[in-house]
Design a protein around this ligand. Structure first.
Ligand code: HEM
Length: 366
């Protein structure tokens, strides 16, 4: 099956065309010493290389009857399935516990409180995160399960989201749909220039280990599906500023037509100024772009029997400020807000890739 190289200048799972499934997990480090943290990062880096190649992380069937399997076994013979594992460090990792203060990227902090949030403390932050994406859900799950297991004396799972039906498109992929039924990912950072300008970190972080890295923002966004499903099509389309079936901007006829935010009919803008795309488009934000790489999720039903589902919004950017600028605007004005609630949140510094076997993420810290 499809496989992506693990070693390279950037971590995989960012520019990689979005796979079909996601397991996102944030962890807290429970270890008390920097040496224990170092060991986790070294073990994880080696294991990630094996997992992305489709290999188990150790014996599935030990020779001795008393032997405990090292790899849990559920991905045996399934192949790599395009698995990518992307590691991030939360702002809290750089506090005094491990003496890593001087390695903290400049201006790296928890996201500020913003309008329109109902964040659940159980779905926030984390010292570490792993974004596992694969074309098979069991392969993605197996990877995170085994990474968590081999580090169980040093890290504790904080929150996790299982995503399906990628809600963004990479180059040469057709655009999938989110759970509101709209094509999602039509206009996104793409291609070499966009990545250099908007996604990959250069010297701004003041940390050599972040050069070629990125910042991951994770937002678990609940959709008020029952309410949305009763909203007339005309209103749904004007909320996004796009046609539902084709995904065309309301000012055009084909999905990839460039939206015309100045078009009017009888003096009324065709794409409303408070529509999602008018507020988020780079044309209206001094050229600002982000790479959206989100997934749909469902957690079944909530405590009162409503569908508990939405968008696990994941974006990569050169600076968390890009997300903050957009979300400040969306949070206060977006017409979509009536139908969504941001419930989970985290921001993570994603280090550059490991160039070759023998090194590990965070090696510079110890
Ligand atoms: C565009 C859905 C949250 C940023 C879009 C589009 C849809 C959509 C359908 C139009 C198609 C496209 O160009 O991809 C949603 C839903 C959300 C959500 C359902 C929440 C549940 C967010 C958030 C941000 C964001 C939190 C950033 C803070 C953008 C951007 C675009 C976009 C930058 C491209 C606008 C353009 O250039 O035309 N979104 N979105 N979205 N969204 Fe969202």
């Amino acid at each position: 099956t499809l496989s992506y190289p693990f070693y390279g200048g950037h971590q995989a799972g960012i520019e990689t065309p979005p796979q079909d499934h996601l397991v996102f997990t944030a962890f807290d480090v429970t270890a008390l010493t920097a040496v224990e943290l170092q060991l986790v990062l070294a073990k994880w880096s080696a294991a990630m290389a094996e997992l992305t190649a489709g290999a188990p992380v150790g014996k599935i069937q030990p020779e001795r009857e008393q032997g405990i399997p090292v790899d849990t076994g559920e991905a045996t013979d399934m192949g790599p399935q395009g698995l990518t594992l992307t590691l991030g460090f939360g702002p809290s990792l750089f506090d005094e516990r491990f003496g890593l203060e001087k390695f903290k990227p400049l201006n790296f902090a928890d996201l500020p409180a913003m309008a329109g949030e109902s964040l659940n403390p159980a779905l926030m932050g984390g010292d570490l995160c792993i974004q596992a994406c694969a074309n098979d859900p069991q392969v993605a799950y197996h990877a995170v399960r085994n990474l968590a297991r081999m580090a169980r004396t040093a890290v504790r799972t904080k929150w996790t989201v299982l995503g399906f039906g990628r809600a963004s498109a990479g180059a040469a992929q057709s655009t999938p749909r989110n759970l509101m039924g709209f094509k999602d990912g039509t206009r996104n950072a793409s291609g070499g220039v966009d990545f250099d300008e908007h996604v990959w970190v250069g010297d701004e972080a003041g940390q050599p280990w972040m050069v070629g890295g990125s910042y991951l923002v994770a937002r678990k966004i609940h959709m008020l599906i029952e309410t949305w499903d009763e909203d007339p099509i005309g209103d749904q389309q004007s909320i996004f500023g796009r046609d539902k079936k084709q995904g065309a901007p309301l000012s055009g006829t084909a999905e990839h037509d460039v939206p015309d935010f100045h078009a009017t009919v009888d003096g009324t803008p065709v794409i409303a100024a408070d529509s999602h795309i008018a507020l988020a488009a780079h044309e209206n934000n001094n050229g600002l772009k982000i790479l959206r790489r989100g997934y749909n999720f469902t957690d079944g039903l909530d405590s009162v029997g409503r569908l508990d589902a939405g968008l696990m919004f994941l974006s990569f950017q050169k600076s968390p400020e890009q997300f903050i600028t957009l979300q400040r605007k969306l949070g206060s004005s977006d017409r979509l807000n009536e139908y969504i609630r941001h419930v989970g949140s985290g921001v993570f510094a994603v280090p550059a890739g490991i160039p070759a076997a023998g090194s590990y993420y965070g090696k510079e810290f110890f």
